[in-house]
Design a protein around this ligand. Structure first.
Ligand code: 1HE
Length: 269
């Protein structure tokens, strides 16, 4: 088992990001509830460090926020007089941290509640699955604050809801409630208030039992295939599917089904 009392995790905890293992699931928690988990530079670095150094035994991760909100976005008190060059480096530091979430070793499930706004929505959109509860609301107040998204939101959010809806959110300050958020694709799951963490843990526990190569293909091949011209996409798909099915674990799983030892697909409720 990985020792969680190491300088990396201790430093992250001091900056408001804690990590604990629940079975094979790494549970990452934003812990700045007094500031609604607003993301300052220390917290962004801590997120980067934790996701770049997840314990080897983690097969999936969950991220959630302490207090009444998932995350209030960029810590506006740090929006100092940056010149353009400093602004670029600041934005790039978010890109590195959120890429560590999206393109790390294991799938990440976001458990959402309360405010998921600005950089908080950018963080949620870097995760692979978003579970919202009924208290969740989504907004991009950057537009009304006179700034722009800088944490990868302009790349990731249109892929979830389309550029037109993101433009509307930023131009008009539109806030989506949890139901409408699920309808337009901001979350894939909607659960009763107070239960998003439990649902996210349930999903992550199941994800952690998948063949690692399948999870890898979904995290690293699928997003690239989706951006390739169709002919390249078909070719990449042929390569990654043949690699995945050649793994001994895939053979064992298929054999188990054929021998009647694996679960069938059941009709949805
Ligand atoms: C903050 C922040 C913050 C709260 N930076 N300090 N994000 C925003 O524009 C959202 C701003 N925040 C809010 O609209 C509200 O705080 C919430 C809807 C999230 C929560 O409301 P509420 O009533 O629960 O809390 P509160 O009383 O507004 O805030 C509690 C404290 O947190 C208060 O500080 P206090 O010292 O007076 O107690 C707030 O000032 C503080 N706080 N949110 C700093 N964001 C890479 S680019 C990304 C660009 C963006 O993300 S822009 C969007 C920023």
């Amino acid at each position: 088992m990985t020792d969680l009392n190491t300088p990396i995790y201790d430093r992250a905890a001091a900056h408001g990001v804690t990590l604990e293992m629940q079975g094979a699931v790494a549970v990452v928690r934003l812990c700045r509830p007094a500031k609604r988990n607003a993301l300052n530079d220390g917290l962004i670095e801590a997120l980067r460090d934790v996701f770049q150094n997840l314990p080897a035994e983690a097969g999936a991760a969950v991220i959630h926020g302490e207090g009444d909100h998932f995350c209030a976005g960029l810590d506006l008190s740090e929006l100092k007089e940056r010149d353009a060059g400093e602004g670029i480096h600041h934005s790039r530091s978010w890109h590195v941290a959120l890429n560590a979430v999206e393109q790390g070793r294991v799938p990440v499930v976001a458990a959402l509640h309360g405010a998921v706004v600005g950089g908080g929505l950018e963080l949620a959109s870097a995760c692979h699955i978003r579970v919202a509860d009924d208290s969740t609301f989504f907004a991009l107040p950057e537009g009304t604050r006179g700034i722009f998204v800088g944490g990868g939101g302009s790349v990731r959010i249109p892929k979830l809801i389309g550029a037109a809806r993101m433009t509307d959110m930023m131009l008009t300050g539109r806030v989506y409630n949890a139901q409408d958020g699920e309808r337009v694709g901001l979350s894939q799951y909607l659960v009763p208030a107070g239960t998003s963490l439990a649902k996210a843990l349930e999903l992550a526990t199941r994800i952690a039992t998948n063949a690692p190569l399948t999870n890898f293909a979904l995290m690293h091949a699928l997003p690239r295939i989706a951006e390739q011209p169709a002919d390249h996409g078909f070719f990449t798909e042929a390569l990654i599917s043949s690699i995945a099915q050649a793994a001994p674990e895939a053979k064992a799983r298929v054999r188990a089904f054929l021998e009647g030892k694996a679960a069938k697909v059941k009709k949805a409720d």
